[in-house]
Design a binder for this molecule. Structure first.
Ligand SMILES: Nc1ncnc2c1ncn2[C@@H]1O[C@H](COP(=O)(O)OP(=O)(O)OP(=O)(O)O)[C@@H](O)[C@H]1O
Ligand SMILES: [Mg+2]
Length: 449
């Protein structure tokens, strides 16, 4: 049951609001002063109905002083139709305001967003409309069944504070998904930060995440706020979570449980209010088996898993995605290039091992290569022919390549495809001895350079 805190010094107003709110299915807490309200906030209400004028101060003091959890909605109620203080309230982080006497319909609308966070909020409603008319959900393009399912899941999880684990192959759009979750959450006015755990050196990652005190290690010449502190009130994406050193995963788990961080070189606990999203292009269960990801951390992270399908499982989205990337290039260059239907069809048949990112690159190259306004299938042919149709695989060799290089690439690629050198030699139609000689010549050349 959601919990509302009613703050009002007028006993009649307090009782009336309490009854209205309870009729909407909330448990209620009440307070009549700023001091009492501050005490009640510790109980973590989902929503606070806050009167602005209280005997011991202004209701807004509550927002000015203490940190209020970002998942708590503050709705200001004011009898004095003072626009100024309402605007200040919004600036300070209130989500809405209600003028007294309270309009019941308005109150109900606000309460229903809190009580059923998964239900259509105004933004989600707009996005749904956009999806119907333009074929995209925020920044995410595509209307295929796997994407529709994903939008539903995003809509459900975004307004809650739940930790999300986004999985999917490289280039499928995991980062965009994380951004969309943030955009549809109550934290959307606060920062969205993203850290790539694989890109930071292991001995710096702890101070990058949690911050450090001056002098805590060589080179730490001033206090540094980590990502957790900078993302406070907002969302932090931990990308490539399986690349995080294991001993740091233990610390991360502690942060998730205690909602506090400790800077490197300090033993002071700093409170954080950060919604965590983790992403990985590995299979998380296999990463646990391989010892790259702690099981207890995975358990904590995947409160709500979101899986992004590879592009080959939603090929019907390819034309819309291709047009989307092309229209961005058109806008930048002030031109009006367009794909022929054959070009789009050709792209729709390719298997896209690099997923949406590869598609974006192919469109970019085709855009450059096309002479006029028309981008035909020939402009995308080169990039979309290396395909895997079950048995036969291809390598792409541009005209003008030296014969010796062609031979080398064919030999090395075949080797990668085979489990033994004998098998490779057989497929290449050469003796095992010839294969060894070639490999030796390649490796001796490498040693020379
Ligand atoms: N559905 C989509 N609509 C529009 N653009 C997309 C979509 N999916 C991905 N993109 C674009 O494709 C590129 C790759 O997406 P993103 O960086 O989110 O992939 P990723 O899954 O995080 O990849 P990696 O695992 O390599 O980090 C980005 O430029 C992103 O904007
Ligand atoms: Mg990414």
């Amino acid at each position: 049951m959601p919990v509302a805190l009613v703050v009002d010094d007028d006993p009649n107003a307090r009782t009336l609001l309490k009854e209205l709110v309870e009729a909407e299915g909330f448990a209620t807490l009440t307070a009549s002063t700023v001091a009492e309200a501050r005490e009640q906030l510790a109980n973590g209400p989902d929503i606070v109905l806050l009167d602005l004028l209280l005997p011991d101060g202004e209701g807004l003091d509550l927002l000015r002083q203490g940190p209020v959890r970002a998942d708590t909605q503050i709705v200001v109620t004011t009898g004095h139709a003072s626009l100024e203080s309402s605007i200040e309230a919004l600036r300070l982080g209130a989500t809405d305001y209600l003028l007294k006497p309270i309009n019941l319909a308005q109150l109900r609308a606000i309460l229903s967003r809190v009580a059923r966070p998964g239900e259509l909020k105004a933004e989600v409603f707009e996005l749904r409309e956009e999806l119907r008319s333009l074929g995209r959900f925020g920044k995410l393009v595509g209307t295929s069944p796997p994407m529709q399912r994903l939008y539903d899941e995003i809509t459900r999880v975004a307004p809650t504070g739940a930790t999300v684990l986004v999985t999917g192959e490289s280039g499928t759009g995991k980062e965009l998904v994380a951004e969309t979750v943030h955009m549809l959450s109550r934290r959307h006015n606060r920062p969205f930060l993203s850290v790539n755990c694989g890109a930071i050196s292991p001995h710096l990652i702890e101070s990058e995440l949690f911050g450090h005190e001056k002098g805590s290690f060589t080179g730490a010449n001033r206090q540094h706020q980590g990502y957790f502190e900078r993302a406070n009130g907002g969302t932090l994406l931990l990308d490539e979570i399986t690349e995080m050193p294991l001993e740091l995963q233990v610390k991360l788990l502690r942060v998730l449980e205690s909602r506090t961080v400790v800077r490197v070189g300090s033993n002071k606990l700093v409170e954080t209010d950060v919604r965590l999203i983790a992403a990985t292009n590995r299979n998380p269960d296999e990463a646990v088996k391989a010892g790259k990801l702690r099981r207890d951390l995975l358990y904590r992270l995947q409160v709500f898993p979101l899986q992004v399908a590879p592009l080959r499982e939603r090929l019907d989205d390819v034309p819309a995605l291709a047009r989307h990337f092309l229209s961005e290039l058109n806008k930048r260059a002030h031109v009006e290039k367009a794909f022929t239907p054959m070009a789009l069809e050709r792209m729709r048949r390719y298997r896209w091992p690099g997923n949406v990112r590869e598609l974006c690159n192919v469109v970019q190259r085709a855009f450059i290569m096309a002479d006029g306004e028309i981008i035909s299938e020939f402009s995308v042919a080169q990039d979309t022919q290396l395909h895997q149709d079950g048995q036969s695989r291809y390598i792409r060799i541009p005209l003008g390549t030296k014969l010796a290089e062609v031979e080398e690439r064919l030999i090395l690629t075949t080797l990668q495809e085979c489990t033994t050198r004998e098998e490779a030699a057989k497929r290449l139609g050469i003796s095992i001895k010839t294969l060894y000689n070639r490999l030796r010549s390649y490796s001796s050349r490498e040693q020379l350079t």
